[in-house]
Ligand binder design. Sequence first.
Ligand SMILES: [Zn+2]
Length: 250
Amino acid sequence: MRVIGNLAQNGRGIKRAAQKTSERRHCPAARIRALCATAVASLLAIGTSALAQSSAEEARATVKVYVLRNVSDRNLNVSWAENTASQIFAQAGVHIKWQLGEPRRGEQYMPIVIDLSSNTPKTLAPGALACAQVYEGVHIRVFWDRVQKTVRGANPLGTFLLAHVIAHEIAHVLERVDRHSETGLMKASWTKKEIEEMGAHPLSLAPEDVQLIHQGLLQRVTQQAAGAATNWAAMALARTKSDCVRGAAF
Ligand SMILES: [Zn+2]
């Protein structure tokens, strides 16, 4: 009986095992689990793709700007100037991400680097308030002492002029061209009246400049996607044509 019983138990065991195998093959729950796994994998793939697309879209409307503050002056309010420059670009649908320090190796997209300095040598771009490596697309030099001299030390007018000088040069490196517009921020030089009103009424970008800036941003993203050099911090400074903005002296 024990043997028969064992046989019977073994038989039931075999039957249960066969049932489980059958369940794994045909049970709707197993199918649902498999479908769920496939669906989750698909959703993850879609999510990853969407994130990449979102990142690229953000890059096409965003530019990271490093400001190297090599000036110590109580009249200088860099954050204020950055905020004003941000407002000018916001009207064009462009977001500026201001950064401290220098860009790190492996920046995903080409940043802009502004060297804000004082004690400018007279022989360096005489009369210019700033210069940009327009065709290189990275480096800008801004001469705070000349900005201050232009407004005769007036505060905070000097900061508002600084904001416009910075915005003007950023627009140049984004557009990758040294052309100027008839009106607004991208004029080759500003009148005394325009400078005086910069605090109350910041100059804006002309429609053609907005278009060129967005084309430039797209080009920067495409350039990165094509595997361009990523060590932006190590790029040579003096290898391309510069643009300089002057502005009327008071
Ligand atoms: Zn210019």
